[in-house]
Design a protein around this ligand. Structure first.
Ligand SMILES: CC(C)(COP(=O)(O)OP(=O)(O)OC[C@H]1O[C@@H](n2cnc3c(N)ncnc32)[C@H](O)[C@@H]1OP(=O)(O)O)[C@@H](O)C(=O)NCCC(=O)NCCS
Length: 159
């Protein structure tokens, strides 16, 4: 039987599964309270991918409203904070599907720019972001604790 894939908004009850995937897949880990805050404050920006009703991946993002956005000087921005898919389900489109789900919500909510940071060595993620329309805008030297640099990538309006 074909596996049933679904992408849905993350709920607070998903946090423990999200934490397990985050710790297994990424060196950047966060506290329960951090996940709680992000998911409660950014409903449509946080999603999970389920296969046969089991969570196999997640994306967390938040909406950033700089003070100057209130007087129209700057636009509201989206920020992709963390994304991961369990190794056994990679390269089957889950990452792309989750990112597209969020992108559609961001467009609905008039978000014009979305940005993220990614390790310069993370070819898989950089390629996925490029396919989704993100481009490398700058390199942030020694961005990560272990000294690795990051690419700052953006999707949306050119500055
Ligand atoms: C990055 C990650 C989320 C991608 O998720 P995924 O579900 O495997 O991605 P997709 O299947 O949607 O792949 C989309 C495209 O990305 C690129 N891509 C994905 N994995 C790749 C790899 N190992 N090598 C090269 N390109 C890759 C390809 O262009 C792919 O399209 P294709 O399969 O049609 O060629 C996943 O690799 C992951 O969880 N990595 C560990 C955590 C991580 O690095 N997170 C990103 C932090 S910024």
């Amino acid at each position: 039987m074909e596996a049933l894939i679904s992408i849905r908004q993350a709920e607070l009850g998903d946090i423990n599964d999200i934490i397990k995937i985050n710790r297994l897949c990424l060196p950047e880990n966060y506290s329960f309270d951090f996940f709680y805050r992000i998911i409660s404050e950014n409903s449509y920006g946080c999603v999970v991918a389920e296969i046969d009703e089991k969570i196999q991946g997640y994306v967390l993002s938040r909406t950033e409203r700089p003070l100057s956005s209130f007087i129209g000087l700057q636009s509201i921005k989206g920020h992709i904070i963390s994304i991961a898919v369990l190794p056994q389900y990679r390269r089957s489109g889950l990452g792309t599907k989750m990112m597209k789900y969020i992108m559609n919500k961001q467009i609905e909510h008039k978000i014009e720019t979305v940005y993220l940071e990614v390790r310069v060595s993370n070819i898989a993620a950089v390629e996925m972001y490029k396919n989704l329309g993100y481009s490398i805008r700058k390199e942030l030297r020694n961005y990560y604790r272990d000294g690795e640099s990051a690419f700052h990538m953006e999707w949306g309006k050119e500055k």
